[in-house]
Design a protein around this ligand. Structure first.
Ligand code: PMV
Length: 326
């Protein structure tokens, strides 16, 4: 069997996945919409071989037990699909800090799915790769297709998948990933998903999701950036209201996260359209139109606690590459 390598982008959701209908299969309570981030990615090489005595998982140069467990569970699914029993060596590199609120699980499981399937001799369609990636981490399903992506909620393993709504060059928008903290997260998204029903507001959120998705898709079809931004921002606040009112409560924002929200409002008051979103972490991702990227970046960099700022364009999805990591 041949060694295989894949690169997969991280993605940022406009409409978020928060809460699971089926926790085993990562079937979400609602559909979601996202864009791939061209500057943040994971590269993964997988090799199955009778020479390996055990699965060895090396992520960013380290073997970590918790991370390895999740990866091995995913390899087991790939082995089952391919009808093989060989152990594997997996080497994976993120080009951004793991566990910092930038979605390393999305790019990580997308890359592992594409490289693993290829290394196991499977020939899967994009849709099948998306459902496979979803089993590792829900949001990973959205890192498989290109550009602007919709994850259809679905009701079974086969029909809960992501597909490309538009290619990367459809719309000249930028996603500025602002690094305000490099602390490892205390509470990951796995816990967050399982706590949603403890928030008294979750029922209200869910009632509005289909309408919100339809409204956002309309704004995207019309390239109406202002409406797009207003929906995206309100949606991020909505997710954090659920998180903050869960039991135990999850507070992800830091002081600098709030400062970035204020900076967006201030930029808009001055006529520059900038809108924030957040995943389950403190790092804001700010959307703006291509022409405004420099103005927005400069304003965000003026926040004292900002450590780094990565300007992303909409990116292509996961793909196989020829250069291996070992
Ligand atoms: O894929 P998970 O289980 O890491 O969940 C992702 C959750 C959010 O990042 C907060 C939202 C999203 O849709 O990406």
């Amino acid at each position: 069997m041949e060694k295989a390598t894949a690169i997969a982008p991280s993605n940022i959701a406009f409409i978020k996945y928060w809460g699971r209908e089926n926790p085993e299969l990562n079937i979400p309570k609602n559909g979601s919409l996202s864009v791939n981030l061209d500057q943040l990615h994971t590269t993964t090489t997988v090799e199955f071989s009778p020479d390996y005595q055990r699965d060895q998982i090396i992520i960013n140069g380290h073997e970590d037990e918790t991370e390895a467990k999740r990866a091995i569970k995913h390899l087991d699914k790939i082995r089952l699909l391919a009808g093989i029993t060989e152990q594997a060596k997996v080497v994976s590199e993120n080009n951004f800090p793991t566990g910092s609120g930038l979605a390393s699980s999305a790019s990580g499981f997308a890359a592992l799915s594409v490289a693993g399937a290829k290394a196991a001799g499977l020939n899967l369609s994009e849709r099948e790769l998306s459902t496979l990636a979803r089993l590792g981490s829900g949001s990973a399903s959205r890192s498989i297709p290109d550009g602007f992506v919709e994850w259809v909620k679905g009701s079974s393993h086969e029909n809960s998948y992501a597909y490309s709504l538009y290619p990367p060059d459809y719309w000249d928008i930028k996603a500025l990933a602002v690094i305000v903290s490099l602390d490892k997260k205390k509470m990951g998204s796995v816990e967050g998903h399982s706590l949603v029903d403890t928030s008294i507001y979750y029922g209200v959120r869910i009632v509005h999701m289909d309408g919100k998705i339809a409204h956002l898709k309309e704004a995207m079809a019309e390239k109406d950036f202002k409406t797009f931004g207003e929906i995206v921002e309100a949606e991020a606040v909505d997710l954090h209201v659920i998180a903050m009112t869960s039991n135990p409560p999850l507070f992800y924002w830091k002081g600098a996260s709030i400062e970035a929200m204020e900076a967006c409002r201030e930029l808009r008051d001055g006529g520059t359209l900038a809108y924030f979103t957040f995943d389950a972490g403190p790092q804001p991702v700010v959307f703006c139109q291509g022409k405004d990227a420099q103005t927005v970046a400069e304003r965000l960099k003026s926040i004292t606690a900002v450590k780094d700022l990565i300007v992303n364009e909409p990116g292509i999805g996961a793909r196989v590459v020829d250069t291996h990591l070992f």
